[in-house]
Design a protein around this ligand. Structure first.
Ligand code: SAM
Length: 349
């Protein structure tokens, strides 16, 4: 079975049955070897530096009703907020002083009518911090809106496809959302020159190994610059709140498989993984992840951006905890890399 790990490392691909074997093996030695090779590939490309991105949770107002998400439209237990432009810029200012050179504006999805307001914030960020990368994670929009934000200076866009299987997608989302629309948005983002990120929730309700294989093959073919993978974590006010959480084991296997398929990908060790265990963040890095996204949002709002139960938002999840993150990283021989951390296309196989 270790030969499958060697094969994916040298060829950057496996067929469906080979992927199934690595996703389902109970042989701990094979899983350790998978992580070891993924880690070696990440280190060969990016060293032992972990890029940090300052996450700003712009709003928890959302027009969508995703069945798993705590900020879904019909959750009446959420106190809704939207940061003002000044609050966003203040987050950037303090983040810049801390050393961040990437800001991620993430939020619930609005209609395109607020696009100009967001465009104004992007323009201001671009002019005040020209050396920083601006990443957006604001959901599905028209091609025109994505183009506008790109022209204003946004560099990157994160939009997880959530699951590549259309039926599974339909089981996780309301009827008005579709997998095809999601994929169309991803294609537009790429065409417009965004460094594009996609990904899934691992262990989402109804997910099978076949779905994961389909997701991995899609990710390999789409070649995103960033891949966001985090465990599904139940949120008690949602229709899927009674399902079990995804696991660290499966999430870290996927980190390693993606790292070996797309050696240069920027892969965050996600907050959801850190929520499952205090060791989650480090386990993700040891499986080949190379990005961390500390929270720069004003402390008063963090609890209201509760996508799932127990979401980590203090200590090393928060910008104030950067020293703690650095200390944690040092225990496994890693450090914070304060660069912008762009995708290194010139290293593509
Ligand atoms: N609205 C934007 C979008 O749809 O991409 C960005 C915000 S959305 C809340 C960010 C991500 O949170 C989603 O892509 C989803 O994978 C993740 N998420 C939502 N609910 C979750 C849950 N219960 N467990 C784990 N991840 C969750």
């Amino acid at each position: 079975m270790k030969s499958l790990v060697d094969l994916i490392e040298t060829s950057n691909r496996l067929d469906d049955d080979q992927l199934r074997a690595l996703l389902t093996t109970t042989d701990a030695e094979v899983v350790d070897y998978l992580h070891e090779r993924a880690r070696a590939v990440a280190q060969a490309r990016y060293g032992t530096g972990i890029f940090v991105r300052g996450l700003i949770e712009l709003t928890n107002v959302c027009r969508n009703d995703c069945l798993y998400c705590g900020i879904r439209r019909s959750n009446r237990h959420v106190a809704r907020y939207t940061l003002t432009a000044d609050q966003v810029l203040a987050c950037c200012e303090s983040g810049y002083a801390l050393g961040f050179r990437t800001f991620v504006l993430q939020g619930g999805e609005w209609g395109d009518e607020r696009a100009d307001w967001i465009a104004g914030i992007i323009r201001e960020m671009r002019s005040r911090w020209p050396d920083c990368a601006i990443t957006l994670s604001l959901g599905e929009h028209s091609r025109e809106v994505y183009a506008l934000w790109r022209e204003c200076g946004a560099d990157r866009y994160l939009l997880r496809h959530e699951t590549h299987n259309a039926e599974h997608y339909a089981a996780l989302h309301p009827a008005e959302m579709s997998r095809d629309r999601r994929l169309q948005c991803l294609a537009w983002l790429k065409e417009l020159g965004y460094q594009t990120g996609t990904g899934i929730m691992v262990g989402s309700p109804g997910q099978t190994v076949d779905h994961l294989i389909d997701d991995l093959q899609f990710i390999r073919e789409f070649r995103p610059e960033m891949v966001g993978l985090g465990p599904f974590i139940a949120q008690h006010d949602t229709p899927l709140g009674h399902y079990p959480n995804g696991t660290i084991d499966m999430t870290t296997r996927l980190y390693s498989l993606v790292r070996l398929m797309l050696p240069n990908a920027l892969i965050p060790s996600t907050t959801a993984l850190a929520t499952l265990s205090p060791e989650g963040r480090l386990q993700g890095i040891l499986a080949g992840a190379n990005v961390a996204m500390p929270n720069l949002s004003p402390a008063d709002y963090r609890e209201q951006y509760a996508l799932y139960d127990g979401k980590a938002h203090t200590s090393s999840e928060a910008a104030e905890g950067l020293r703690q993150l650095a200390t944690q990283l040092a225990t496994i021989g890693y450090h914070i890399d304060w660069g912008r951390g762009d995708y290194r296309k010139n290293l593509d196989p």
